[in-house]
Design a protein around this ligand. Structure first.
Ligand SMILES: [Zn+2]
Length: 71
């Protein structure tokens, strides 16, 4: 069965609107569905701003849900 992967949002380059520096991917701890999860999200190395765009969040949440269902 075909299961093609679309364009990954991670392919985009993000920039902190405040610092004008490129965001770097790093582990961020979130609470989701009662579970403490760690996902890699773009964040600002200068001010610590974490970008959780809807597309990125949905993609990460889908991955997490799959991981949870695999238990
Ligand atoms: Zn910043």
């Amino acid at each position: 069965m075909m299961n093609p992967k679309g364009t990954q949002p991670e392919d985009l380059v993000w920039e902190c609107q405040a610092c004008h520096v490129n965001l770097v991917e790093g582990p961020v701890t979130l609470m989701y569905m009662g579970n403490r999860i760690t996902v890699d999200l773009p964040q600002c190395p200068r001010c610590g701003f974490v970008l959780v765009s809807e597309a990125v969040a949905l993609g990460k949440m889908a991955e997490v849900e799959q991981a949870l269902e695999d238990k």
